[in-house]
Design a protein around this ligand. Structure first.
Ligand SMILES: NC(=O)C1=CN([C@@H]2O[C@H](COP(=O)(O)OP(=O)(O)OC[C@H]3O[C@@H](n4cnc5c(N)ncnc54)[C@H](OP(=O)(O)O)[C@@H]3O)[C@@H](O)[C@H]2O)[C@@H](O)CC1
Ligand SMILES: [K+]
Length: 483
């Protein structure tokens, strides 16, 4: 990855608390809260017409932000009311100070007041959420016609994206400094509505004292290979895709993914099934040679193993590839072949692959027992990455890419249109092409996910996997433009 990308980090609420305390050495919390409140007021003023607005202010600093925002909105002429949490004003710190400065209309903390408002500002709990919302608090938020959340919808766990009891479906969430993992992890992502992020003056020097190991995945994070004056097919990268007998389409799509992402040469290792692949693009070499013969070729360094392969085929091919020290993208059949096996057996069989690319179903089937007690998708991916010593690309609307050393990235650019049969096969080919071109494995996996996600935006309405593959060059170009 590029040196260090502070602009992309995703701090957890616990890390945010450390950042707040580091920041408070140079800027006061009162100042930060003032900027947060100002940001909220501006975000509302920009997006909505002034309307009957109720600000629900919790007992901590999230509530404090709410009081400040109410003050600024009132100054802008908005008809604003404020309700203290359970009708008791905060008693400690900056939140108490902010509450004492609110001189406008007070409303009671009731369902009726909430239901009567056109807009409800949810400033109940943010980073300090410690437990599930009570039924009474949940019922209050449920009564809102339209909800705007301060920092994060109350009830949403900022670390895991899980809902603790209840969380509103907000129209807009305004957060500060950086988004948090819970804004992008499901189900949280479905609750935040539009996300606005404001710089409230936390100094960049905080990064001298805290290391954050989770990033938002985008082209700032990695450097894509580009063509040099003397580039040729082998320097651009050679990818070999293992072709299976029962589902040859999967390997064909993977091969298209690799070609679309710039591999200089793509081969399908078809073994005895050459005729199944002969109709593929003319630029793809279909090999009838046994795998044993091909692995001896030093140039065939990067392989995709799994799409469309049976358990029998995987068990024959994968050990050979691992034994010859190949770069291996293990997908689909190469993972499910080990479902139900003991952890030690799984580790023994997969150690040596470069990256695994399961979707959540495959991940649970294979690694469920290893991570069953882990509620957090990022942590679960990290644990498996460390255990098998390879990169884990855990696919979904909130794809996580975790490295054995603890680095992880969260991807959120893909529209749900990429969720179509064959889409994952294409992704495996893209990952392989970028590894073959010389990118470090974690970077290649991150870049592949982003490029593949962009294809979903470029490929038109209800794209098929083939349409996604056709958009790869354009998407690659877009990534180069943004990096
Ligand atoms: N990041 C920044 O730079 C800045 C951040 N700022 C803002 O600060 C916010 C974080 O503030 P915070 O730490 O005071 O925590 P906050 O979310 O207000 O809640 C704590 C209170 O809620 C209570 N409580 C918790 N869960 C509960 C439940 N389910 N049901 C009932 N009660 C519950 C909890 O009670 P306790 O667990 O202690 O019993 C405690 O009293 C952050 O989100 C952002 O908006 C800005 O102001 C300044 C700069
Ligand atoms: K909130």
């Amino acid at each position: 990855m590029k040196q260090f990308c502070p602009q992309n980090v995703l701090p957890t609420p616990a890390e945010m608390a450390i950042i707040d305390s580091l920041a408070s050495r140079t800027v006061s919390i009162e100042y930060l809260m003032g900027r947060a409140g100002w940001a909220i007021a501006n975000a509302l003023h920009k997006r909505y017409r002034p309307c009957h607005t109720l600000v629900l202010c919790g007992p901590g600093n999230n509530g404090g932000d709410g009081y400040v925002a109410a003050r600024y909105l009132a100054e802008k002429g908005w008809p604003i009311s404020v309700a203290h949490y359970h009708d008791r004003a905060p008693v400690h710190g900056e939140a108490a100070l902010a509450a004492s400065r609110w001189k406008g209309r007070m409303a009671s903390y009731t369902v009726e007041e909430v239901a009567a408002a056109d807009l409800v500002v949810d400033a109940l709990f943010g980073a300090g959420l410690t437990r599930a919302l009570s039924e009474e608090d949940a019922n209050l938020l449920k009564a809102a016609k339209k909800c705007i959340s301060v920092d994060i919808p109350s009830g949403l766990d900022g670390k895991t994206g899980k809902i603790l009891g209840y969380a509103p479906m907000s129209d807009l969430t305004i957060t500060f400094f950086r988004p948090k993992p819970g804004h992008f992890l499901l189900p949280g992502r479905a609750h935040i509505g539009a996300l606005e992020v404001y710089d409230i003056g936390i100094p960049a020097t905080v990064f001298n004292e805290i290391t954050i190991n989770l990033w938002e995945n985008d082209p700032c994070l990695w450097t894509l290979p580009t063509l040099k004056i003397d580039s040729y097919k082998y320097s651009r990268g050679l990818v070999t895709v293992c072709g299976g007998q029962t589902m040859p389409g999967a390997a064909r799509l993977s091969a298209r993914g690799a070609r679309g992402a710039g591999a200089g040469l793509v081969r399908i290792a078809a073994r005895d099934h050459v005729k199944l692949f002969n109709h593929e693009d003319p630029g793809i070499i279909v090999d009838g040679m046994p795998i044993k013969g091909q692995v001896a070729d030093e140039r065939q360094k990067t392989w995709v193993c799994g799409p469309g392969l049976t358990v029998r085929e995987v068990k024959k091919i994968l050990p050979l590839l691992i034994g010859h020290g190949k770069n291996i993208v293990a997908d689909a059949g190469a993972l499910t072949a080990f479902a139900g096996k003991s952890t030690s057996e799984i580790v023994q069989n997969l150690r040596g692959v470069s990256v695994i690319t399961p979707h959540i179903g495959e991940f649970t089937r294979v690694f469920g027992p290893l991570v069953h007690a882990v509620a957090d998708k990022v942590e679960a991916a990290r644990i498996v990455a460390q255990k098998i010593d390879s990169v884990v690309l855990l696919k979904g609307a909130d794809t996580v890419i975790a490295a054995p050393d603890g680095r992880a990235a969260l991807n959120h650019n893909a529209p749900s249109a990429v969720g179509t049969a064959g889409s994952g096969d294409i992704l495996s080919g893209v990952v392989a092409a970028l590894i073959a071109a010389g990118m470090p494995v974690w970077d290649a996996a991150c870049a592949a996910v982003w490029i593949h996600g962009e294809c979903g935006k470029l490929a038109g309405f209800l794209p098929r996997a083939e349409d996604l593959a056709a958009c790869l060059p354009q998407s690659y170009h877009k990534a180069l433009f943004f990096s």
